[in-house]
Design a protein around this ligand. Sequence first.
Ligand code: C2E
Ligand code: CA
Ligand code: CA
Length: 636
Amino acid sequence: MFAKSDLNIGSYTPVGDIIALSLCIIMIILVKQTYLRKEKDRFLIIMHILSFMLIAASANIFMQTYLVKKNVVPAFIYTMRMLHHVCLSMTMFLYIRYVQGSLWLMPKDKKRSRIAIAFIIIFTILLDITASVLKIGFYINKKHEYNAGLDFFEILYVVFAVNMIYMLIKYRKRLLMRVFTGILSVLVMSNLLLCIQGIFKQISYTTICCLLPIISIIFLFHSNPYNTDTGAVSGEFFTDEVKDNLAKGNEMVIMCCHMPGFSVYIAKSPVLKAEFMDFFRVNIKKSILYSFPNDCFVLTFTKQKNSDYEKIIDKMLSNFSESYSKFNIDYKIIIMESSDAVTDVNDYHNIIDYTDMKMPFNSVVRINDSDIKDYYDKNYILTQLEDIAAKKDLSDPRVLVYCQPVLNINTGQYDTAEALMRLKLEKTGMVFPDQFIPLAEQFNLIHNLSMIILNKTCAALRRFLTDGYIVKRISVNFSAIDLRYDSFCDEVKSIIEKNSIEYGKIAVEITESRSEADFNLMKQRVLQLQDLGIKFYLDDFGTGYSNFERIMEIPFDIIKFDRSLLIESLKNSSSQYMVKTFANMFHDLKYSILFEGVENEYDEDRCKLMMAQYLQGYKYSKPIPIEELTKFLLHV
Ligand code: C2E
Ligand code: CA
Ligand code: CA
């Protein structure tokens, strides 16, 4: 039996280490079962710390209990003691490394401190072994008595603690005050406990004191709010969980329910709360509910655990439509299944967002393969648009000009035309305006496209004129966003000049804008460019919103009546009268009128009755590549 030969060693009971051991196990279980934010690298450090702590506590229990038992080989005791200390130092080393990450230390400083700490640990190990050999440190003599002697590891722990507190205080400005106070107070508390342990000549609680700061960083840096009103966890965890499931080969069902204002209603209404729980919890095994900003809830579950998932979904939807009428909250429901076609886990979130943006309220959408393809196509188009905007090449080969000839009723000739944009992209081929214009406007990428179209139109026009064709004018579409650029007028002017085109041969098509600021800008730009001779068309008259008074404030050259007015005029005699009245009014005010979307002779006849001077539509030609416009042009 080993016996204490020296009274300078504290008394030990395994209680402290057993609690540390249990806490480590509890923490590992909790970490697995809760929805903490498990960012890869940072979270891995925590898992390593907990594992080292587990070994440190176990080794100490073994060492301390066998120290007082018979017939134990001293080598076992030495090994356990060393294991305990090395693992404990490792937890501190990793803890410092973790906090350094949160303090945004420069990589070179982090590296330097890491090398210093590793060096100190190795040095301490060597010092401790030497002290044992020289019998001034911990050693067991031939009579199986042990001597605590000098413990260099204790010095190491003090150095680490001081270093940590110093570093925290030095860089405290880099942390949120609450986080700083949280870390520091736990550090101070655990060091205080260590002092109290020393006063009572105890050595049982060292490991547990070292565990407390680790628990504090799990709380402070990884907690994920769990909403007790909805039973949902924060959406930040969603992608990690999907990634985890797909890695395990689990097929998933993802249901998204978007209801604006829902969190306000549910906090007030217990009835709604009960219905909500029913909706999201019926018969689903191992589901997780996430809440995203903007009142989006996402439920995920695996098909493996819910083989009858189709039935479950049907039941949920029928329950939903039953209770929906009671509450009258707008909703969008999106159902998506995991698919091999989705190449990046983050895209599950993006595809749902994209679908949400496109769909109307109070409808349910099940995302299928073609929706996924559509998302990737849009994404591809967007990256191409970004690339086109970044390259700023006015002759970018991906942007094509198509053209639709316009019939001039007075001359009976096709002497004007409208330029229409197309994209020709490697992966998708030809892309039409409805697929990219709204996207380009939304991401502020339209301006460069407009200037490319203007440049290419001018270049083609130059060739036509040089080759002896008669072209009175070609109109180019611009968006309200283009007009917001201060450089708009100068850019338009310089592109037209560069191609040696008379200003009067180019027209700008713009649609009416609702906002006061855009309207004023439009007026300013029109007046400035009209001075040079550039013509202006008001596009899409009759779609939705038309404010006569405002239109009159801008001296447009041509008003383009949208096809919807032509269709309207077909309905009954009073609709026809209304359209005719508009047309007469513009005519009397000396505006020219162009009818768009003339598809047949019947359309054409009506347009002629309604003061049309220009006609455009499939009856004459679909949009064609601009080079082919020569087929419609007269030659001098
Ligand atoms: P928009 O300016 O009203 O252009 C007329 C659209 O009507 C063209 O569609 C044309 O193909 C179509 N169309 C022509 N004749 C007929 C017809 O007889 N019947 C019917 N149903 N439709 C006809 P497109 O080329 O697909 O362009 C769609 C829209 O995209 C354009 O409407 C315009 O708002 C926008 N867009 C096209 N090119 C440009 C551009 O270069 N810049 C900007 N900002 N927008 C453009
Ligand atoms: Ca147009
Ligand atoms: Ca139009």
